[in-house]
Design a protein around this ligand. Structure first.
Ligand code: NAP
Length: 252
């Protein structure tokens, strides 16, 4: 690699939930590192379009791949769209996620099912759809967005914690299955990150959470994107099945 060549030149990345927040920051970072980026999202076309424009005006390449990650058939088609256009997928970032918070006493079956379907089954769907391809390519990087909530639980988030803890078991199993083919599978566990998802929390809840963070501040989407950029790089070739907390020291 020459000094001017970007570290992800010629790589193709598929980022779920790339229209906003952490997914947006990851997409922008991977594009600036030289990858072509397929931007998945659920419904927010205007936001996704602006991420695409931002990438393209910086000289990068992106395309929009809208669709619900919780639907197996949909995901198969989304991945095919990317492969038809760019012939390969080197990097999968399973980032799409939702919350439906409530105390267990009040949590509906639908609140549980929707969160598990999007946050956990979505990870299965997308990973399954790229596995054969990455094995054939004899290389690939998969990064799954877990959460500190998957490590320690949280009041009103039994559904979300179950999905995020499930992602960790899934990550370790997939890492074991794919390691011999040069495919690494890792999880990132963000703490309290400043996005639309956490904007919904009351100031009081945020203040209590901040007291648990040794770094004394919320994280930024870019803090998470930095960790992901490392895990998808050649530098991280010997790291698999790990959970990297990006949380200012909240869980240690
Ligand atoms: P966010 O700002 O709410 O953005 C969520 C993204 O996911 C959006 O792009 C959304 O698309 C997409 N999405 C939602 N449901 C989808 C579906 N069924 N299919 C495809 N895309 C879907 O969230 P965020 O805070 O950036 O969080 C990103 C990830 O990090 C999530 O997995 C979250 O659980 C995890 N995380 C966040 C924090 C935090 O403090 N923010 C902490 C730990 C972990 P639309 O724009 O179209 O709705």
């Amino acid at each position: 690699m020459s000094a001017t060549e970007k570290i992800l030149a010629d790589k193709v990345a598929f980022v779920t939930g790339a229209s906003r927040g952490i997914g947006r920051a990851i997409a922008l970072r991977l594009a600036s590192d030289g990858a072509k980026v397929a931007l998945n999202f659920a419904s927010n076309s205007a936001k996704a379009e602006s991420v695409k424009n931002e990438i393209e005006s910086a000289g990068g390449t992106a395309m929009l791949i809208p669709g619900d990650v919780s639907n197996f058939e949909t995901v198969t088609k989304l991945i095919k769209q990317v492969v038809d256009a760019w012939s390969r997928i080197d990097i999968l970032i399973n980032n799409a996620g939702i919350t439906r918070d409530n105390l267990l006493l009040k949590m509906s079956e639908d609140d549980f099912d929707k969160v598990v379907a999007t946050n956990l089954k979505g990870v299965f769907n997308c990973t399954k759809a790229v596995t054969k391809l990455m094995m054939k390519q004899r290389g690939g990087r998969i990064v799954n967005m877990s959460s500190v909530v998957g490590l320690k639980g949280n009041i009103s988030q039994a559904n979300y914690a179950a999905a995020k803890a499930g992602i960790i078991g899934f990550t370790k199993s997939a890492a074991r299955e794919l390691a011999s083919r040069g495919v690494t599978v890792n999880a990132v566990a963000p703490g309290l990150i400043n996005t639309d998802m956490t904007a919904a929390l009351s100031e009081k809840v945020k203040e209590v959470m901040l007291q648990e963070i040794p770094a004394g501040r919320m994280g930024t989407p870019e803090d998470v994107a930095n960790a992901v950029a490392f895990l998808v790089s050649d530098q991280a070739a010997y790291i698999t099945g790990q959970v990297l907390a990006v949380d200012g020291g909240m869980v240690m």
